[in-house]
Design a protein around this ligand. Structure first.
Ligand SMILES: [Zn+2]
Length: 132
């Protein structure tokens, strides 16, 4: 049983790492590669010291019944949100403007990434994707 739990968690880590590495290398490679952390609350991600992004693996558990493409979309917006904190620490109009620019600039790259994930995962949920 413990082995099964570990393997399942390992699958979530693999999927999360794949998504973050793809974002980093194809969208906006700024600063260090985003890292993963496990925090038992709904904080999706945070940006430490205007440069290092952390994404919460725990959130994947809540999204396990959602399609992988939904996770990709949510983390795409979150990635741009956290990256905007490199410019503006607060949540204000300036942060929103920077985030908007980042979303628009990377949209074409995101579209190609979305197509590749659609080809790879189709309509599979996060749970189904990590089980294979
Ligand atoms: Zn924020």
């Amino acid at each position: 049983m413990l082995t099964a739990v570990c393997l399942r968690y390992q699958g979530l880590l693999r999927l999360a790492s794949e998504i973050l590495q793809d974002f980093y290398s194809t969208l906006l490679p700024v600063g260090p590669v985003p890292a993963l952390y496990d925090y038992p609350y709904s904080v999706q991600a945070f940006n430490q010291n205007r440069g290092t992004m952390y994404f919460n693996v725990h959130v994947l558990e809540a999204l396990k019944d959602k399609p992988v493409l939904r996770l990709l979309a949510e983390w795409y917006v979150t990635y741009c949100h956290e990256l905007a904190h490199n410019t503006e620490a607060g949540h204000n109009q300036r942060h929103e403007n920077v985030m908007h620019i980042l979303l628009v600039r990377s949209l074409e790259h995101y579209g190609r990434l979305l197509e590749s994930y659609r080809d790879k995962y189709g309509t599979r949920t996060v749970a189904e994707a990590v089980a294979t």
